[in-house]
Design a protein around this ligand. Sequence first.
Ligand SMILES: [Zn+2]
Ligand SMILES: [Zn+2]
Length: 229
Amino acid sequence: MDCGISGKALEECLKTAGISGSTIDAIVITHEHSDHIKGVGIISRKYNIPIYANGPTWQAMKGQLGRIEDENICIFETGSEFYIKDIKIETFKTSHDAAESVGYTFSFMDEKVAVATDMGVITKSVLEAICGSHTALIEANYDQNMLEIGSYPYDLKCRIKGECGHLCNNDTAKLAKLLAESGTERIILGHLSEENNYPPIAFETVRECIKDTLTELLVVLKDGMVAKY
Ligand SMILES: [Zn+2]
Ligand SMILES: [Zn+2]
């Protein structure tokens, strides 16, 4: 899902994970912001990988991807479901300042994994889509105090805090609680701001809310590794 790093950086990550690029069957896209699509065109061309996105996202990102083979342009409608091999993929709308940003759930046999990042508010459609997932990667973008006292310009701070911006740790904690109550076994915090968040703070804020549950909590670090505190 997505590829916001350069093609070269992705190759390094795949190598570390022991995965060959030629085994990737598809890339699904959440939205056109560069931190999500930077390496998508390069990787698609190199390994001939189909790219899945909704129509508005394709319109918004096609100028940034370079040449993509027609056969690798796959368009879905937000809210629809489709299959890539045996994996059932469902899409749902997220509240973000992009053409038509989405989140995904991936189901195989009786396992369901949800990914929901880049959203200013937790909407009913997000909850309906991701509650009950076994594993959920959710955004914990910023700590409210760090954003307030940080160096970002006023306009950017407003954008991040807005309904079409990003989730703060406190909102993520509320979402995590709902997920834990719905039976989610593992929650992974991702899309942390390097400037306005600190992994141990995000982790602690969320853990405080779900400490009475058995749900495992992890946080994705800058280098892509996961940690717990
Ligand atoms: Zn974004
Ligand atoms: Zn993003």
